[in-house]
Design a protein around this ligand. Structure first.
Ligand SMILES: [Zn+2]
Length: 348
């Protein structure tokens, strides 16, 4: 029995020496894992094999072998722990080295988009009016005959309907709005004076398309209603707008005009920015460029929305966004805006 104990103690010593020797070249976690299983593994580790025969030993033998085994085991475990920490540190350093970021390197250039010239024009115009206390509202592109025509003092037999060739969805009832003006009615019906609103949006006309006409284009409508508004308020407000948008040096003029829903009505022109009013190809040698249509809201329209025309007055105006953008950027072809041609769009 003593021989068997001695043999087992020898065997443990050999395992210890061999294990320490084999640990020496281990440099990766995977190798360390294998080593752990080989010597300390719970199922087939070398120490486990010795533990398996211990129950057959005498009491003294069990104690001696048991003590030696625990000593070997804890020694190997502390080697394992130390080596594991070493490898972890080394791998961490390697990762840091590999993933080091050179903050002085030039960045990668990503293509950046920008706003469409029409969107930009709409924003510039509405920004000016917002500074004057107007609120921006939007409305439906499919309108009823009532809002698009009747409520704006354009009854079914009115000759001005001929001026606006209409895309009908349900003839006589539903249509693609021909103007942003129906929002005047919607805004007034939903609120009480004072009213200050601008309405940007798409409008549709069943027109022959050429360099200056599209079947779909954009308008910005404006409306101001209160108890003191006069034609002078209109002129002051729109003059301020024109100078904010185009600069102090530009002149404006008003010409009498006609719209069914305003009385009196006017067109506002701005002095040509190309020739400074001297006359050139852009302004057709007049020195002036048309900017917008405007007028005092017709009493019939006020009555239609339940406002008392003796108490409340107001003015309305409408402008074509494309026309403003054409003039602003010196473009001579309206169809370019919706051509999706990047060569065109990238210029802005
Ligand atoms: Zn000119």
């Amino acid at each position: 029995m003593i021989d068997q104990n001695e043999a087992l103690l020898d065997q443990l010593e050999q395992i210890r020496t061999k294990a320490i020797a084999e640990l020496e070249p281990v440099t990766t976690m995977a190798e360390l894992e294998e080593w752990d299983i080989r010597y300390l593994g719970r199922n087939r580790g070398e120490l486990k094999n010795i533990a398996a025969v211990m129950p057959k030993l005498t009491k003294d033998g069990r104690r001696a072998v048991g003590q030696k085994m625990n000593a070997v085991k804890s020694e190997l475990e502390s080697h394992l722990k130390a080596r594991r920490e070493e490898i972890r540190q080394k791998e961490l350093l390697a990762t840091l080295e590999k993933e080091r970021i050179d903050v002085t390197m030039p960045g990668r250039h990503l293509p950046v988009g920008h706003m469409h010239p029409l969107t930009r024009t709409i924003q510039e115009v509405t920004d000016v009016f917002m500074k004057m206390g107007f609120q921006v509202v939007q409305g439906p592109e499919v309108e009823t005959d009532y809002y698009n025509f009747q409520a704006l003092n354009i009854p079914a037999d009115h000759p001005s309907r001929d001026m606006q060739d209409t895309f009908w969805i349900v003839p006589g009832e539903l249509l693609l709005r021909t103007q942003t003006s129906p929002m005047q009615i919607r805004v007034m019906k939903q609120t009480r004076p004072p009213v200050r609103a601008v309405v940007p949006g798409k409008v549709f006309r069943n027109e022959a398309i050429d360099a200056t006409h599209e079947a779909q284009f954009h308008q910005i409508e404006g409306l101001l209603i209160d108890d003191q508004c006069t034609m002078a308020t209109l002129k002051g407000c729109l003059q301020t707008f024109a100078r904010e948008l185009y600069g102090e040096g530009r002149q404006v003029r008003f010409r009498a005009s006609y719209f069914p829903f305003t009385e009196p009505s006017a067109e506002m022109d701005i002095s040509c920015g190309e020739c400074n009013g001297k006359g050139c190809r852009v302004c057709k040698y007049t020195g002036w460029v048309e900017l917008l249509g405007c007028g005092m809201v017709h009493p019939k329209v006020l009555r239609e929305v339940g406002y008392d025309p003796k108490k409340y007055r107001g003015f309305a105006f409408g402008m074509g966004v494309e026309r403003i953008a054409l003039a602003k950027y010196g473009i001579n072809e309206i169809r370019l805006f919706t051509s999706n041609d990047l060569r065109f769009l990238r210029q802005f």
